[in-house]
Design a binder for this molecule. Structure first.
Ligand code: CA
Length: 240
């Protein structure tokens, strides 16, 4: 249903660029190609793509600088694609405003799945017209006005910090939130040692969200990077 969306591919490696172009074409997406940061900024501003797929290692600019520039005028999802295995690059890109990341070499199926998640997020944000009062994701329901959360019919008893964490993740469903971002949002400041406390809070929260029904967890852990709230129905649909 999103197959007419315009996707911007930013990649200096011609082979990878062609691979992505063929994959997008096969799935019926429209796409524009940019070979460097300068072209990426021109394309992003003049054609307003729905999603940007951004290679972090470009000849003329740092990928992180492109993200910061683009973020100054648009909230369009940015999926970072990086050949570098260092988590620091991904964390920096996510902190600058990227939504998700893939590490090269990546599978085309995985890329398409991430793209669909990003497009769902755009469409969900648009149709809701901002924040709705009740959040629903699979069996999880949060009533923001009442300050309560349920799994199915069961109310989950959360501490104030756990509730804040849950709301933060829910408001950013589908997006990877870094440790630093979460610490800053919840506690206002952070040091490296706070990541340990965050891990403890998240472990408790995840336990409280368990249904015992053998479902996939709501909160996905990205080791060394952060956490993401998964959209339950989208994921089920994407299991081949
Ligand atoms: Ca590159």
């Amino acid at each position: 249903m999103n197959n007419k969306s315009l996707i911007l591919v930013v990649e200096d490696d011609a082979a990878v660029r062609n691979l992505m172009a063929v994959a997008l074409d096969t799935q019926g997406y429209r796409y524009h190609l940019a070979r460097n940061g300068a072209e990426a900024l021109i394309e992003a501003s003049s054609h307003q793509p729905a999603v940007m797929l951004l290679d972090l290692g470009l000849p003329d600019m740092e990928g992180v600088d492109i993200i910061r520039r683009v973020r100054s005028w648009t909230a369009m999802p940015i999926i970072v694609i990086s050949a570098r295995s260092e988590d620091a690059d991904k964390v920096e890109a996510l902190d600058a405003g990227a939504d998700d990341y893939l590490t090269k070499p990546f599978s085309v199926d995985e890329l398409m799945a991430r793209l669909r998640v990003a497009l769902r997020r755009v469409n969900a944000d648009g149709s809701a017209g901002g924040e709705s009062a009740v959040y629903e994701n699979g069996g999880l329901r949060i009533d923001y006005a009442a300050g309560c959360a349920w799994i199915g019919e069961r109310e989950i008893h959360l501490t104030p910090i756990e509730y804040k964490l849950l709301c933060l993740l829910a408001r950013n469903t589908g997006k990877v939130l870094t440790h630093n971002y979460i610490l800053k949002e919840i506690w206002g400041s952070y040091t490296a040692s706070d990541v340990g406390s965050l891990r403890v809070f998240m472990a408790t929260l995840r336990k409280k969200l368990q249904t015992g029904g053998g479902e996939q967890p709501y909160i996905q852990t990205h080791i060394g990077i952060g956490y993401r709230m998964l959209k339950q129905d989208v994921r089920a649909e994407e299991v081949p």
